[in-house]
Ligand binder design. Structure first.
Ligand SMILES: Cc1cc2nc3c(=O)[nH]c(=O)nc-3n(C[C@H](O)[C@H](O)[C@H](O)COP(=O)(O)O)c2cc1C
Length: 386
């Protein structure tokens, strides 16, 4: 008990339920040597004027080394920088010994590879119990290396995973690397089968085309890298069929709070079929040409929400079993299959689409075979577990 009736352990335990990002606050001492400490108490405070804050312990030995210089730099750590956090959470020693850094405008260190940095002049320091509240006025700030943030929660380190991405875990680094590994396979496939081959990834609430090979000639869907399609049922089963229950639910909920029971059961059945077969399909020409029209209007000056809304309306017209590989249809134009990352999550989906009004017809089994071989090769190169 630190105060009558007050339990310090409980205070720590309860407040440990609030997750924080992690930053290293740096500065230079009177001799120009770099100093710094890990903090979870960094926060933005005000936009006008631009103010941020962090709260150093009064017992910290690092903060007094640069508190008088009137400036500091906040370095926001990425998920891969846990070791930097640990080094800066230790008392004493040369925390910069193995680090590359460069001085911000204030002279305070910007550590190489951080997610973002905020260079500040100290505006005011308040006393608050056993800590200080340091308010800084932002002089300059920028994104460093785009990545996922390092997160601290209940005494442990972790990384951010948005619910909407859930089990197929979005780490754009992994997705882009996978797309690079997939590209030669996609080129070979596109050439050999005279098809268009694309790789897509789930980013937020959309499926984003991250790589493509081959062309669909004049009657092509205007596929372009960066193109987005809403990630909502019945589209995207090749991502969802291998995902966790929570991720499936998140995908199903995109249909609204109340998914009709028969739609839900057809979607679940379709997911089971996709998983069993190892691939999903896309059928028909009409829907494709309507989607193509919407996407071709997706110019930079057009509001992105408009395109998303139109695609959303189009997707709602599709039957719940649209991507089922078990439907006996002679108009299958697209087949899609997952690429797995370490941990078994789907990082990419590879798809082939045949040109014009052609359908895969009797080429379907062979195309699936070739596509799955390519996806397996990329999974292997990623050291993934499928
Ligand atoms: C995730 C994490 C968050 C932390 N947040 C703070 C904080 O907000 N304020 C603080 O004074 N110390 C915080 N610490 C502890 C300091 O990093 C550490 O006590 C201090 O840097 C010790 O070294 P020093 O004496 O060189 O300052 C945190 C440590 C970790 C691992």
């Amino acid at each position: 008990m630190s105060e009558a009736g007050f339990d310090a352990g409980k205070f720590r335990h309860v407040l440990g339920h609030f997750p924080t990002g992690v930053a290293v606050v740096t500065g230079v001492d009177a001799e120009g040597r770099p100093a710094g400490m890990a903090v979870g108490s960094f926060s933005s405070v005000s936009l006008d004027p631009p103010l941020v804050a962090f709260m150093p312990d009064k017992l910290s030995s690092s903060w007094p080394r640069f508190s008088d210089t009137g400036s500091f730099c906040v370095n926001i750590l990425g998920a891969e920088q846990e070791s930097i956090c640990r080094a800066f959470a230790m008392r004493g020693g040369d925390k910069f010994a193995d680090l590359d850094w460069s001085p911000a405008g204030s002279g305070a260190p910007i550590i190489d590879g951080v997610l973002a940095w905020i260079d500040c002049d100290t505006e005011v320091v308040h006393e608050a119990g056993d800590h200080y509240i340091v308010i800084g006025r932002v002089r300059a700030l920028d994104i460093g290396t785009p990545a996922l943030p390092l997160v601290f929660f209940q005494g442990g380190y972790g990384r951010f995973s948005s619910l909407s991405l859930a089990a197929w875990e979005s780490d754009l680094g992994v997705q882009m690397r996978s797309a690079d590994l997939a590209r030669p396979h996609m080129e070979a496939l596109a050439e050999e089968l005279d098809v268009e081959c694309v790789a897509s990834a789930v980013v937020g609430e959309e499926m984003v085309l991250v790589a493509r090979a081959g062309t669909l000639g004049s009657a092509k869907l205007p596929t372009a890298v960066g193109q987005r399609i809403p990630f909502e049922p019945p589209m995207g089963t090749a991502f969802v069929a291998w995902a966790s229950d929570a991720a499936r639910e998140a995908w199903l909920r995109r249909l609204g709070a109340q998914v009709p029971a028969d739609t839900r059961s057809t979607l679940e059945q379709t997911l089971g079929q996709v998983r069993a077969a190892g691939y999903s399909v896309g059928r028909g020409h009409r829907w494709h040409s309507q989607a193509a029209q919407v996407l071709s209007r997706d110019q930079p000056d057009r509001h992105r929400d408009e395109t998303a809304q139109e695609l959303h309306r189009l997707i709602a017209l599709l039957p719940a079993d649209y991507e089922s590989p078990d439907i006996d249809a002679d108009d299958v134009r697209t087949v899609s299959t997952p690429v797995f990352g370490p941990g078994g999550s789907v990082v990419l989906v590879l798809s082939v689409t045949v040109p014009g009004r052609r359908s895969l017809g009797s080429d379907l089994p062979w195309t699936v075979e070739r596509l799955r071989t390519a996806a397996a090769a990329v999974t292997k190169a990623l050291e993934g577990e499928g």
